[in-house]
Design a protein around this ligand. Structure first.
Ligand SMILES: [Zn+2]
Length: 67
């Protein structure tokens, strides 16, 4: 998780925005965001990162409670 180099594109399907965040493929697979290809590191734009955060909020809270 962290900052992304300039010029990297969002990897969500049909999205060509500049990426802002990187996540692991496993993290992204827990959301409804579909990715082009099968990279281990997924780059997301602002909008898709927001969507990912929203969709995984519940799951991440549960994960957190499990510890
Ligand atoms: Zn995007």
């Amino acid at each position: 998780m962290g900052k992304v180099d300039k010029g990297v594109k969002c990897m969500a399907k049909d999205c060509g925005n500049l990426a802002e965040r990187s996540l692991s493929a496993e993290q992204v697979s827990k959301s409804s965001i579909r990715i082009e290809g099968n990279a281990r590191r997924i780059y997301l734009c602002h909008e898709h990162y927001k969507q990912w955060k929203k969709e995984t909020k519940k799951a991440r809270e549960l994960e957190h409670l499990a510890y």
